[in-house]
Design a protein. Structure first.
Length: 156
């Protein structure tokens, strides 16, 4: 009877040691992968882009093959404003997002008398991006939030 208890105890000790080793390995793997997963998450995508100066009154065609989910691009559109309504700059902000496994482009227009050369952005959720246009020399800036889904988009 003592032999059986000793063998059973030895099997339990070996089994518990194996479980501890597996648990320790899983913990190390999780702790190693977690920073990489958070850093590369689309949900936390933020960035900064230079504003592209359009030399014509039209912005370039949208080519979805050149973009990925949560890309943002900003164009300053040059045109002759004979009405005086648009100030010195009209900015077109394009943002790209996945909708039902399809990449879609959304756009918003912003008019101002300021001259901006950079844009910083931060995705708030799957359909909303916060944008800050700014001038790297004068430090003037304008902040707004863009949202879109399906056939609609807006600015607030």
């Amino acid at each position: 009877m003592d032999k059986r208890i000793r063998i059973s105890t030895q099997k339990s000790v070996i089994c518990m040691s194996f479980i501890r080793i597996l648990l320790a390995g899983f913990t190390v793997l999780t702790l190693t992968a977690l920073p990489w997963a958070c850093k590369n998450s689309d949900l936390s995508k933020q960035g900064e882009v230079s504003i592209i100066e359009s030399k014509t009154e039209q912005e370039p065609e949208i080519n979805l093959d050149l973009h990925k989910n949560r890309d943002v691009e900003v164009y300053r559109i040059s045109f002759k404003d004979t009405t005086g309504l648009f100030g010195s700059g009209v900015y077109s902000i394009r943002y790209f997002q996945k909708e039902n496994d399809t990449l879609r482009s959304h756009k918003a227009w912003f008019s101002t008398g300021e001259n901006f050369d950079k844009a910083a952005y931060n995705w708030v959720n799957d359909t909303t991006v916060s944008v800050r246009l700014y001038n790297s020399q004068s430090k003037k800036e304008k902040k707004f939030t863009l949202y879109g889904f399906g056939g609609s988009s807006g600015i607030k």
